[in-house]
Design a protein around this ligand. Structure first.
Ligand code: CP
Ligand code: NVA
Length: 297
């Protein structure tokens, strides 16, 4: 049976741990030499974007190439999909050409429909509800800095969005502690087990946290709400003041792109506490490890 990756919880604990370890090994290999090739030799991958992207697009395109495959990058605007051809028909057509489909889209149901109708594996490259590829890279980043994910104390400060949901799934799978701080009305819905708690107090959430994660207040597709959200998220900016009671040596993550001066202090983003450039690079290594896992079946 084909394997899809539509949300982080599609992976069990063992697979998740193995992918993170493999991602770090691929990173070391890439630094040591630049000989590429692998599981996608002689294969092609469709990368479809219904929303903008810098990191996901480039890291997947380069990663597919480095695994020996041929990436076909598509904006839905240029496809018949953008003129109303159904996801079902697109899935069946592309399955005749490529060996893997990566999709960035709006509702989670779109990536689920694609996976149902495609005969090849499908990867979620961000939906309104989930961003599982991001969390693979985030976990890799934290593990490398901290030595392990065992007993981690993490805090999310901001919108209860797609990235937050994938982090909550990670905490549930791996059993680490995650405090999610969001203003009233922007809390992540759903229950994620005893190690994940929700609060409306960002100071309380970050107390003792070793990792603090944030993201934009208005995600792609919410541009019309941006002004109202900026007001609603007052007090949620990640800055040295907010983090004064976080753990010493706290690591701050942000999936990027950042709105400097909104959810994170502009200068703080460039400081040593913030691991965002390593986090962004790790998208490449983590997704290569993921593709190996899916293609080896
Ligand atoms: N973090 C992330 O997914 O970035 P892009 O939107 O640039 O792909
Ligand atoms: N929450 C953000 C993440 C961007 C990578 C968005 O969905 O726009």
């Amino acid at each position: 049976m084909k394997r899809d990756f539509l949300k982080l919880s599609d992976l069990g604990r063992d697979a998740l741990v193995a992918i993170i370890a493999r991602a770090e090994a691929l990173k070391a290999e890439r630094r040591a030499h630049r000989r590429f090739g692998g599981v996608l030799e002689g294969r092609s991958v469709a990368l479809i974007f219904e929303k903008p992207s810098t990191r996901t697009r480039v890291s997947f395109e380069v990663g597919v190439r480095e695994l020996g495959g041929h990436p076909v990058v598509l904006s839905s605007r240029d496809m018949q999909l953008g003129r109303g051809e159904t996801i079902e028909d697109t899935a069946r057509t592309l399955s005749g050409y490529v060996d893997l489909i990566v999709l960035r889209t709006f509702g989670q149901s779109r990536v689920e429909t694609l996976a149902r109708w495609a005969s090849v594996p499908v990867i979620n490259a961000l939906t309104d509800e989930h961003h599982p590829c991001q969390i693979l890279a985030d976990l890799q980043t934290v593990q490398a800095r901290r030595g392990s994910l065992e007993g981690l104390r993490a805090a999310w400060v901001g919108d209860g969005n797609n990235v937050a949901r994938s982090w909550a799934e990670a905490a549930q799978i791996l059993g680490f502690s995650l405090a999610l701080a969001s203003p009233e009305g922007f809390t992540l819905d759903g229950a994620f087990g005893p190690t994940v708690r929700k609060t409306t107090d960002p100071r309380e959430a970050v107390k003792g946290a070793e990792v603090v994660i944030t993201d934009v207040f208005a995600s792609m597709g919410q541009e019309a709400e941006a002004k109202a959200r900026l007001a609603a998220f007052e007090g949620y900016q990640v800055n040295p003041g907010l983090l004064e009671n976080a753990s010493k040596g706290v690591t701050v993550l942000h999936c990027l792109p950042a709105h400097r001066g909104e959810e994170i202090d502009a200068a703080y983003l460039d400081g040593d506490d913030v691991a965002v450039w390593d986090e962004a690079e790790n998208r490449l290594h983590a997704q290569k490890a993921l593709i190996e896992h899916l293609m080896r079946g």
